[in-house]
Design a protein around this ligand. Structure first.
Ligand SMILES: [Zn+2]
Length: 412
């Protein structure tokens, strides 16, 4: 009877469905059984402050955890990423990553608080959930004694957020010593497992600084005022019209300059973040920004500068990410759909975002970013929250996605 069933499934599916193989079943069960312990670990990770450029403490914690899990060749690489290998039949490698950094400065209170069925904590989800997922998946694979075709490389990377500009994942896939081994890249970022980032937004970021000689606000009146010129630029930028499709956005996120209320500043600046899923829209916005800066500084000089040197402006590019409106990862998408279906999860929703997968796509690797399970909101704010109920299902989906993809024949 068993043999007949086995033969039937072989004839129907080529082999036993992934989720029904004993080792995989054991791994899936473990993810459910260890749910509470995993949430505790996620909280522990979130409570280690890890602002961009200061991820060392969290990296060291993850290195310790990787070692406990028996991952091989555990190390912190040249840029600060923590790496741990799980050898497969082939040295060809699937990278599974989550980011170490948060958007919160060191002074932020990162103590996790409980409120009903919610947990609150800045960085608790983004990306402590992803880091926890790395540990949980490695543990589950071992519990099921699962041997993969590919080698799996678990990575906690630095510099995903803000001006980190993906420095960790970029280094890994395009500069570091292991890049030649990589066949694919899966990033686990945030919570909701049905949301899959399959298209990467492009972004361009600039700091625009206006400079002048400065002087006393009363005595030197008529000297070019960089803050006034900057205000002109910002007002014009606010009037930019951008399309809804492809979704295109801009935001002046930081402004600064000046030293005292009674001094004409020597400089004033803002930082602007522009995003789109189409490169052409980014080019258009960048051109508008440059023209606006030039025009407004000229206007201010002409209308109000009566003494001293004229104002000058320097737009400086801070970061650039290329847009990938469609990623070349059909087999990975198929594996994700199959994983969601096998678990009876919600069908996956494809989204465009800006994640570590951008660096992988730029390096020509099939890549996607998935959530690590649970419900969440308030990301990048002090009110970030997480509802852990059933979050293990996201981990189960990630496991099946990785194993499903691992089995697909690849071009490389
Ligand atoms: Zn994130």
């Amino acid at each position: 009877m068993r043999l007949a069933l086995l033969l039937m499934s072989i004839s129907l599916f080529g082999q036993t469905p992934l989720a029904e193989r004993p080792g995989v079943r054991r791994a899936l069960e473990l993810l459910e059984q260890r749910h509470e312990a995993h949430i505790a670990k996620q909280i522990e990770i979130a409570q280690i402050p890890s602002p961009g450029w200061e991820e060392k403490e969290r990296a060291e914690f993850m290195r310790g955890e990787f070692r406990k899990l028996n991952l091989k060749r555990v190390e912190i690489d040249g840029i600060g990423n923590v790496l741990g290998w799980r050898p497969g039949k082939s040295p060809r490698t699937i990278v599974i990553s989550a980011h170490l950094d948060t958007v919160f400065p060191r002074t932020t209170d990162v103590k996790v608080k409980k409120q009903g069925n919610r947990l609150l904590g800045p960085g608790l989800v983004d990306d402590s959930r992803g880091l926890l997922a790395l540990l949980a998946l490695a543990e589950a694979l071992d519990a099921g004694k699962i041997e993969t075709n590919h080698t799996l490389l678990f990575v906690g990377d630095v510099g995903e957020e803000g001006l980190g500009n993906l420095r960790g994942s970029r280094y890994l896939v395009s500069e570091g010593p292991h890049q030649q081994l990589f066949d694919a890249f899966i990033s686990i970022d945030g919570a909701e497992p049905e949301r899959i980032v399959n298209a990467e937004l492009g972004s361009r970021r600039f700091r625009v600084t206006v400079k002048g000689p400065g002087g006393h606000s009363y005595n030197a009146f008529g000297t070019g005022n960089p803050a006034h010129a900057l205000g002109r630029i910002m007002a014009k930028i606010s009037d930019l019209v951008v399309p809804e499709k492809p979704r295109t956005t801009f935001s002046i996120g930081k402004i600064g300059g000046g030293t005292a209320i009674n001094a004409i500043p020597e400089e004033a600046w803002f930082e602007i973040d522009m995003r789109s899923s189409e490169e052409s829209e980014l080019e258009r916005m960048e051109a508008s920004l440059m023209a606006t800066v030039k025009q407004c500084v000229e206007e201010e000089n002409k209308l109000h500068v009566r003494r001293g040197a004229p104002l000058t402006a320097e737009p400086k590019r801070l970061a650039l990410r290329q847009a990938f409106p469609r990623s070349a990862n059909e087999p990975m998408l198929a594996a994700a759909r199959a994983a969601a279906q096998a678990l009876g999860m919600k069908p996956i929703v494809l989204e465009a975002a800006s994640t570590d997968s951008n660096a992988a796509m730029a390096a020509g690797l099939p890549a996607m970013t998935i959530g690590g399970g649970g419900k969440a909101g308030g990301i990048h704010s002090m009110a970030e929250w997480f509802e852990p109920e059933g979050a293990y299902r996201g981990l189960q989906q990630a496991l099946l996605l990785i194993l499903g993809y691992d089995e697909k024949p690849h071009a490389k």
